[in-house]
Design a protein around this ligand. Structure first.
Ligand SMILES: [Zn+2]
Length: 298
């Protein structure tokens, strides 16, 4: 499998001179399976540039787009994804459907005539929708597994396995704390129940999910100091990111989904602190800070 990062920023795009190194587009990762089949992880603003490249290549497109959740930074690029405007292309959008929000509505609402000039049903590509819960299913010849995360309303993490290699994508997840979960009830109840079902550390279900990943792409929104003022917002600080990689015995950790207020300089500093912690704690995994254009071959 091969990965290319087209958007690494959380929450909102952050163009400008202070974000040139890591990039300002919101989450989008291109995943090529061993026979070049295309899976796209999230449709943040980074998907626009991916679309431009796909048009340049010129082949007809049959791709799966795995959406973590409907917050703007994960769907906002879709209306600007040129392959969706071309007849003959096939796109299958995979996500969770809550009671009042089908996947089709999740995408269509941001394209109604108030917000965008073209309606979803006016796009020329054939678009399929595949609702999922926590389950295993096949996409091309890869095995996909999903897990509910601790994030306001809901979000999904994805594990992709092919020919013995494992990639895990968890863009938005907050460390689960039993007390906080009882006081801030902003996550769907059935998800909280899943975390509470564990008798030990409620985060164990995620440690088990990421176990043995060759690549773990994981939420690194905050510093531990910043997190104190942002409890309940649905994101991790970098010490928890490192703990996730350690507990899950992953081989490579990719820091991802940076806070919009973090400049290149700040992310450099966070990365250096991560490397120092990894050395001090004698962790075995490699660590890379994702940037737009980063390519990884497995
Ligand atoms: Zn996000």
């Amino acid at each position: 499998m091969k990965l290319k990062f087209w958007g690494t920023r959380g929450s909102i795009p952050t163009p400008g001179k202070d974000t040139v190194k890591y990039g300002g587009n919101t989450p989008c990762v291109e995943l090529r399976l061993d026979n070049n089949d295309l899976i796209i992880l999230d449709a943040g603003t980074g998907i626009r540039n991916l679309g431009e490249k796909l048009i340049e290549i010129g082949d007809s497109i049959n791709a799966y787009i795995l959406i973590s959740h409907p917050h703007w930074d994960h769907i906002q690029g879709f209306p600007f994804f040129k392959p969706a405007f071309i007849s003959g292309n096939q796109l299958t959008i995979v996500s969770y459907e809550s009671e009042n929000l089908t996947i089709s509505k999740m995408i269509a609402d941001q394209m109604n005539k108030i917000y965008f000039p073209i309606l979803l049903n006016e796009l020329k590509a054939t678009i399929h929708f595949k609702p999922v819960v926590e389950e295993k299913f096949k996409v091309f010849d890869a095995e996909i597994e999903t897990i509910f995360l601790n994030h306001p309303a809901y979000a999904l993490g994805y594990k992709i396995k092919q020919n013995g290699s494992i990639i895990v994508y968890i863009s938005d997840n907050e460390p689960f704390d039993r007390y906080i979960a009882q006081t801030i009830k902003n996550v769907e109840a059935h998800i909280i129940e899943k975390f509470l079902a564990s008798s030990g550390d409620p985060n164990q279900r995620l440690f088990d999910f990421v176990r043995g990943a060759d690549i773990l792409i994981y939420d690194t929104t905050y510093t531990p100091e910043e997190y104190i003022d942002r409890v309940g917002w649905g994101h991790s600080h970098y010490l928890f990111t490192l703990q996730m990689a350690y507990e899950g015995e992953v081989k490579n950790l990719i820091l991802f989904h940076y806070d919009p207020s973090h400049s290149d300089e700040k992310i450099d500093e966070i990365y250096k602190k991560c490397v120092k912690e990894i050395k001090m704690r004698k962790y075995k995994f490699e660590c890379t800070a994702a940037y737009e254009g980063l390519e990884i071959n497995l």
